[in-house]
Design a protein around this ligand. Structure first.
Ligand SMILES: O=C(CO)COP(=O)(O)O
Length: 148
């Protein structure tokens, strides 16, 4: 497993693939976000992939980040809580090349007050071709892919 990658903030994730010489690699930067109804699943997922995630630079929205720190023991940079702008902060970082992958466990059954922010973050992933998993099954595939 490798989670070390080259150092430029603007380096595309393609430069993080296994062919890149170890000395030129920088750590993968992964954003982790979960709505309240999905936070338990996020904790379970992060526990399952803790070996990988501990080698990565992690950023999360506020409450998700607290739970990952407290319950999984991960070092996480915490942004604002989602409804207070955390999704937008992560989207802004992603737009300038500062995020390599996003796991965003959205709750499709519960209306969110900050729906436009959520859509903006997912759109930013599509605009900038950053992998974004929005459910546990796709997150497992994405994280396994990063472990190659
Ligand atoms: O609302 C969120 C994402 O849209 C998540 O925010 P929290 O992690 O602060 O609960």
């Amino acid at each position: 497993m490798t989670a070390s990658l080259s150092s430029s903030a603007a380096t595309p994730v393609s430069d993080t693939l296994p062919g890149t010489p170890a000395a030129a690699r920088r750590r993968l930067r992964i954003a982790l976000i979960a709505h309240d109804g999905k936070k338990d699943e996020m904790v379970m997922l992060a526990t399952e992939f803790a070996g990988l995630l501990k080698q990565c630079e992690l950023v999360a929205t506020g409450t998700t980040g607290s739970r990952l720190q407290a319950e999984v023991g991960l070092e996480v940079e915490r942004m604002l809580s989602g409804p207070h702008g955390g999704d937008l902060q992560i989207g802004a970082r992603l737009a300038v090349g500062g995020v390599d992958a996003v796991v965003f466990l959205r709750d499709p059954m519960t209306p969110q007050p900050h729906e436009p922010d959520i859509n903006a973050l997912v759109r930013a992933c599509d605009v900038h071709d950053v992998p974004c998993a929005t459910n546990v099954s796709s997150a497992r595939l994405l994280l396994r892919g990063l472990m190659v």
